[in-house]
Design a protein around this ligand. Sequence first.
Ligand code: DX5
Ligand code: ZN
Length: 224
Amino acid sequence: MGDRVLMAPSILSADFTRLAEAVSLVEEAGADYIHVDVMDGHFVPNLTIGPPVVAALKKSCSIPLDVHLMIDNADETVGWYLDAGADLVTVHVEAVRHLHRVVQSIHAAGAKAGAVLNPATPVSLLRDILPDLDLVLLMSVNPGFGGQKFIEGVVGKTRRLAEMCAAAGVSPLIEIDGGINEETAPLVTAAGARVLVAGNAVFGASDPAAALKAIRAAGEGAIR
Ligand code: DX5
Ligand code: ZN
């Protein structure tokens, strides 16, 4: 496990009328991914962006797009996001019917594949798919909205996932999404997380670039 923390600012909390500016700002601040929250109004009680916006973002940014699908029908529509230029696609185990098949189709398109777990979903569900995953995303809020409070239980869950990966001899990146800020980042990186999503704590800050750097520094400071 490396000692670098990758930052994936979530544009859900950015100004949707000025997305290109938001993306440039965090890119210049050293962001590693742009985290794109796709919500369908069915799997989660909110509706956000779809393939055309992913394609537009792809044109206006040079770092990889981390596309988080919070949708019921990823089995049928994951190709839309791959065609739009997603570099990493994460799908919820609670929503897909054939996780292995979806992961295979993401890989066949040349992208990286990740599985997402809601706060109440146990990491044990991933045991047999772990070797096929590039990344596991643990939700530290119930998906649907930015600006929610971090759920502390994800810290122990992160540790259990890291142990499970070590026991299986695999090393997918562990990403955490929801309520990440300077205070919560060290809790999850100490437990094994290496990718941090942050929406409100970055785009809600008066200086988003400084906020991004401070969260990364706080996370890296906790890695022994
Ligand atoms: C929530 C989304 C998150 C959200 C995080 O459903 O998946 O990516 O943007 O926002 P913050 O960092 O504000 O909790
Ligand atoms: Zn997300």
